[in-house]
Design a protein around this ligand. Structure first.
Ligand SMILES: *Cc1c(COP(=O)(O)O)cnc(C)c1O
Length: 229
């Protein structure tokens, strides 16, 4: 099932890239394996997928224990400050840096181990109460501060769009996140040159690609519905 799903997702990514006049290589598919067993990750690996997203530190570490192949792991869920030290050197990107306090903790814990943290700043584009992320208006100010942290590189912006029936409803949020990235880049802040946009999930990744996504985070579309117990 994973294999067949991946063929379909790949085809949709390809077509969205074509519609947008973009190259397929500009978009990285992150297979969001949260709650799913290692056996399903291995099925995806059999289809040449090497990039996985998890939203919980504990689950990420458990899976890394079992899977020895070098994979690109991305932390995409809200990160508690007391867990930062556990992921030093273990993830390619942290997509979900949603406060200056968290960034400070990342700076401290990564500095102690002489590692660089590669992050994206999470922005709550739709202003949903239930979601983490900076307000668009405060994003530049936070980035200006984090830009001074020697052990952090900010690669771009991430958003989790609202759950909607029609993905077109989220186009505006993706477009605005892209605009925000271009706008902040244009300020020529020292150390800031962002080129990654993490946006789009199973319901809306094609629209996100049309609006410039470089990372799409697809879970259900690859691994099927998640069952939470
Ligand atoms: C779970 C999750 C996803 C994947 O969601 P699907 O709708 O299953 O594709 C993407 N991004 C984040 C941050 C998530 O927590």
């Amino acid at each position: 099932m994973v294999k067949e799903n991946l063929v379909k997702v790949e085809e949709k990514i390809k077509r969205a890239c074509e519609r947008a006049g973009r190259k397929r290589e500009e978009v990285t598919l992150i297979a969001v394996s949260k709650t799913k067993p290692v056996s399903m990750i291995q099925e995806a690996m059999d289809s040449q997928i090497m990039t996985f997203g998890e939203n919980k530190v504990q689950e990420l570490l458990e899976k890394q224990e079992i899977i020895t192949e070098p994979l690109d792991w991305h932390l995409i869920g809200h990160l508690q400050r007391n867990k930062v030290k556990q992921i030093v050197g273990r993830v390619r990107r942290i997509h979900s840096v949603d406060s200056l306090r968290l960034a400070k903790q990342i700076q401290n814990d990564f500095e102690k181990k002489k590692e660089m943290a590669h992050i994206l700043i999470e922005v709550n584009m739709a202003g949903e109460e239930s979601k983490f992320g900076l307000a668009p208006e405060e994003t530049e100010a936070v980035i200006r501060e984090v830009a001074e942290f020697p052990n952090i590189t900010i690669h771009g912006l991430m958003t989790i769009a609202p759950f909607v029936e029609d993905p077109e409803e989220n186009r505006i949020h993706f477009r605005n996140l892209h605009k925000l990235l271009v706008d902040i880049n244009s300020k020529n802040i020292d150390n800031i040159s962002m080129n990654e946009l993490s946006m789009g999930m199973t319901g809306d990744y094609e629209v996100a690609i049309e609006e410039g996504a470089t990372y799409v985070r697809v879970g259900t579309g690859i691994f099927g519905d998640r069952i939470y117990t």
